[in-house]
Each structure stands twice: as structure tokens, then as C-alpha cells.
Design a protein around this ligand. Structure first.
Ligand code: EPZ
Length: 423
């Protein structure tokens, strides 16, 4: 079944929604449940394709996983397998996050190179090097990786780049290692902080999360845990960008403004006004959109690469010239070509990692193709602001990370439906 969104554009966005649970926080927590030979309960879990894939993988490894509403209960006590099936690695490359937990629990792991995707080559060298520093050895064939260790031992790890996934794998592999691990130039994303808080609730001894230096003192025993997942800050940012491109006023509940400051600054620079109270962010756009001279993506707390495509969509309708520099993923400008089908005027200089967006008066509905998760979401935003009807095809990419996206947008006054096309 091929699914696609049908959108009637040019309506203003009005209303409020509570944002779904965080995809990029819940996936490492689900992987970390392997460390505890017992029961892990996670609440506020978004029912998205990537979560379904992680549930499949955990079941393949021998976990008993129950889903009741937005609550997932994982019983890993009877786990026995150490191989992550190749088909699932292909479906969800972030399954690589299981390397650390499986090595820690079983001292071995078998998986496959996740390969690149449409936003970049996505190598895993930083993951493997960090785990080797903790005492793992890896052998591999063309596409298969086998990791072994007699015992993981704490060490000092300095990342050349603050990779989110590699930091998370190193943390999880260190939790029950012998001795202490110090991670330098580690990722500071809120999702990494939440993983550390979750692991500490399980009995781990982690400090320094949210800074570049994270200390993990190895423990011998973990215990059952019940934890509530945070709201998804990238989904929240996507909806806020929707209000910017469509005009109107929205209230988004469930994320802290502190986790979106660079995004809110960027939206303010386009002429939006925002304020916040508790975990509700209020944003409105009534003036014409202003361009942003230079927007640069960076690891947290910089402007998130996961919001780059959405901001590109917004800037296609600004009255002037904007530039975006994508410093995190080398292939994350692909969606520009799809936006151009709707009348956007964008110049990509790949070697300079730069996109120049020349604002146009209007976008026109067209049939466009989602090429990746956030690029697909950006095409939906463009369709919401375009004249006429837009079809966004291949939206399984979008459903990987956005739960009830069309429903949320309809609740904000948009005319959008998710349709299935019989093959
Ligand atoms: C996480 O991916 C997120 N995914 C991504 O979100 C997000 O874009 C990214 O972090 C950056 O914030 C999840 O959390 C599931 P990285 P991850 O390792 O961990 C290079 C979305 O839209 N690198 O921080 O894979 C890599 O090529 C997704 O929700 C190496 O060179 O990102 C990239 O250029 C997309 N070697 C940069 O680091 C490595 O071993 C950042 O990657 C690992 C990464």
C-alpha cells in the first residue's frame, strides 16, 4: 500500500495541540531496556513506524513487549538472541543503537552495516571506535558486523564529532562496565540527557549529561524502571514552522522552550511572535515573512539539522533572499528539488553545504515526493501554504516519525487527509 497526503492549501493555522512523545528519545530508551534483566515501562510513546520497528526487533531478540495505548512494557528477562535481523536494520538504521546494550548484556552482538540514506552516508565509525575503547572487538564481512568482548571496561572516549547515536551507544555500554568512563565532546541533545536520566532511574551512575563531558561509573546491578517520555521537540518545531508558513496562531503543549531556543529565534527572525508558559509554546505570524540572511545547522544547542528542511519551506515564501548552511548531514538538501516543483526558487551549492532561497510570492500545489522524514514533513508544510491541491507521495518516510500528523493538522484548521493507494 502506498500512502500519500492530499492537501488543500492556503488556510491559516489556528488552535492548539499536545505534541506526541519524542521519537529520538524513546528509541534509545527502548534499546537500553536490554540492559535490565527485567521489566521496563515507558509512557508517552509515539505510535510511529520507527517505534513499531524497534518493538519488532526487541521481540526478535526474545523480549516480551506489550503495548497499551501510549505505554510500552518491555520484559527482557528471557532474552537470548544477539542478532539484529538484517531486514530490520534496513528498515530502521537507528537499530545500531542496540550495539552497546547487547555487548553489555551478552558480551556479543551480530548486526549489519545500516548503510546510508537520503540525508547522507551515515557511517558508524564513531560508534565502533568508542566501543573498542571500552574493550569490544569487531570483525566484519561486506555487510555483517560481529562484536565481542570478554568484559567491557571503563575508559576515556573523546569524540571527533558529538555524534548523538555514538554518544548514546558509549553511555549504554559503560553503564555496567568495570570502572569509570569519561566521554569528551559527547552529544548534548535533550534526547541524550533523557536517556541518562532514564538509565539513572534504572540504577546507573551517570553525571554531566547535557554538557560535553559525561561521566559514567560502572554498576553491577540495574533494576526495573517506569519512565515517562518527553514531548517531541522536532515535531513541535514542525508545527510551529507550519504556523509561520501558513500564517495564524498556534499553541503547542508538551515541550520546553529551552529545547527549541534556536528554532524560536529563527522563527522570530521571519516575523513570528512567540511566548511560552510552562510547557506550552504560543506562536503567531501576522506580518509578511522576512528572510533569514544566514541560518546554520549545528549540534545541540545549535539550530537542529532536523528542522532545516522545514525552515527551508518557510523561507521559500519570505520577501527576500535567505541562506541555509547544513553542517551536520551532507545530503540534507534533497527536498529542495521537490519544493521547486511547487514554484520555490532555491539554489544548492553542495560543495559549500549551502542553500540560497530566493523568496517567491506564492507556491502552487503539485505532486511531490517525500525523500526522507523531515524533508517529507517540509513538503506537507509547503502544501499547506500553496495555492490549490498538493499530493505528497511516499509518505511512509513521514509516518516513521510523525504520529497522527494529518489529524493534528486538521485540528489546527488545515485541509489534509492521509490516503492509501492500492498498488
Ligand atoms: C540522530 O541521528 C537522530 N536520530 C537524527 O534524527 C538527527 O538528525 C541526528 O542525531 C543529529 O541530531 C535518532 O536519534 C534516532 P549523528 P544519528 O550520529 O545519531 C556523522 C530524524 O530526523 N557520523 O549525530 O545518526 C554522521 O554522518 C533523524 O529524526 C559519523 O561520521 O546522528 C552525521 O554527519 C535523522 N560517524 C553526523 O555525524 C558515526 O559513527 C551526525 O550524526 C556517526 C555519525
Amino acid at each position: 500500500m502506498l500512502s500519500f497526503f492530499k492537501i488543500n492549501g492556503k488556510l491559516p493555522m489556528h488552535g492548539g495541540i499536545k505534541v506526541q512523545g519524542s521519537k529520538n528519545a524513546v528509541l534509545p530508551m527502548m534499546a537500553a531496556s536490554v540492559l535490565n534483566k527485567g521489566i521496563t515501562v515507558i509512557k508517552n510513546v509515539p505510535m510511529i513506524l520507527d517505534v513499531c520497528s524497534m518493538i519488532h526487533i526487541l521481540r526478535e531478540l526474545g523480549c516480551v513487549v506489550k503495548v497499551e495505548g501510549d505505554c510500552v512494557t518491555i520484559d527482557s528477562s528471557q532474552m537470548s538472541k544477539i542478532e539484529i535481523p538484517e531486514e530490520w536494520v534496513g528498515k530502521m538504521r537507528s537499530s545500531i543503537i542496540l550495539l552497546g546494550p547487547l555487548l553489555s548484556r551478552f558480551h556479543q552482538v551480530k548486526t549489519f552495516f545500516p548503510g546510508g540514506c537520503s540525508i547522507g552516508k551515515r557511517p558508524i565509525d564513531l560508534h565502533l571506535t568508542a566501543l573498542e575503547l571500552l574493550g569490544a572487538t569487531f570483525t566484519h564481512t561486506e555487510n555483517e558486523i560481529i562484536g565481542m568482548t570478554k568484559q567491557l571496561v571503563g575508559n576515556e572516549i573523546t569524540f571527533s564529532f558529538p555524534s548523538v547515536g555514538a554518544t548514546e551507544n558509549a553511555i549504554m555500554a559503560s553503564v555496567c562496565a568495570k570502572g569509570t568512563t569519561i566521554i569528551k565532546n559527547g552529544a548534548r541533545e535533550p534526547e541524550v540527557v533523557q536517556l541518562c536520566l532514564f538509565l539513572n532511574a534504572m540504577g546507573a551512575k551517570i553525571s554531566g549529561m547535557g554538557t560535553s563531558t559525561i561521566k559514567i561509573q560502572g554498576v553491577t546491578q540495574l533494576h526495573d524502571v517506569e519512565f515517562t517520555n518527553a514531548g517531541d521537540r522536532i515535531v513541535a518545531a514542525t508545527i510551529l514552522a507550519g504556523a509561520a508558513i501558513c500564517g495564524g496562531e498556534v499553541f503547542i503543549e508538551g515541550v520546553k522552550k529551552e529545547h527549541l531556543l534556536y528554532v524560536l529565534d529563527a522563527l522570530e527572525a521571519t516575523g513570528c511572535q512567540w511566548d511560552s508558559k510552562g510547557d506550552v509554546i504560543h506562536l503567531k505570524r501576522c506580518l509578511p515573512l522576512k528572510p533569514i540572511k544566514q541560518l546554520v545547522t549545528a549540534p545541540y544547542p545549535g539550530f537542529p539539522t532536523d528542522c532545516q528542511s522545514q525552515m527551508m519551506a518557510v523561507l521559500t515564501l519570505a520577501n527576500g533572499v535567505s541562506t541555509i548552511e547544513e553542517t551536520v548531514f551532507e545530503g540534507r538538501f534533497n527536498t529542495a528539488n521537490e519544493l521547486k516543483k511547487m514554484g520555490a526558487d532555491i539554489i544548492i551549492e553542495a560543495e559549500k553545504k549551502r542553500a540560497t532561497i530566493l523568496g517567491v510570492k506564492k507556491l502552487t500545489g503539485a505532486t511531490v515526493k517525500a525523500l526522507d522524514l523531515r524533508g517529507g514533513a517540509a513538503l506537507v508544510l509547503a502544501g499547506l501554504a500553496a495555492d490549490g491541491v498538493t499530493y505528497v507521495t511516499d509518505c511512509h518516510h513521514i509516518l516513521r516519525g510523525y504520529a497522527h500528523f494529518a489529524e493534528d493538522l486538521r485540528n489546527l484548521g488545515m485541509d489534509i487527509t492521509l490516503l492509501e493507494e492500492k498498488q
